[in-house]
Design a protein around this ligand. Sequence first.
Ligand code: 5GP
Ligand code: ZN
Length: 109
Amino acid sequence: MCIFCKIISGEIPSEPVYQDEHLLVIKDIAPAAPVHVLILPKKHIDNISQIDAELAAAVFPKIKDIAKLLGLEENGYRLVVNTGKDGGQTVNHLHIHLLGGRELAWPAG
Ligand code: 5GP
Ligand code: ZN
């Protein structure tokens, strides 16, 4: 079982910021911004290349609610989905980084 599946199953304890039937949202262990959470689909897929319409529909409409919950609605935020080696993905369970709380630099390194 991958590390995020262990968190989702409760084998590794976490303090969810938000959760519903399809999603678990947790704080990143190494935050890169004042607000940095990981949106985890409860169903394991390796990365965004494997997403289907059903999962996309369960995830994307929730993002605005999670951003609002975290107080990011007014100033904005960034979503990052690292994918594969060149994308810098280190955990092979699809996760969407949601970052905010300061002005973020662009472009990515
Ligand atoms: P990636 O580089 O795959 O896009 O991002 C993986 C993210 O997961 C990293 O930002 C890393 O800090 C975070 N992470 C790795 N292991 C854990 C963990 O056990 N708990 C939490 N909360 N975050 C983790
Ligand atoms: Zn997993």
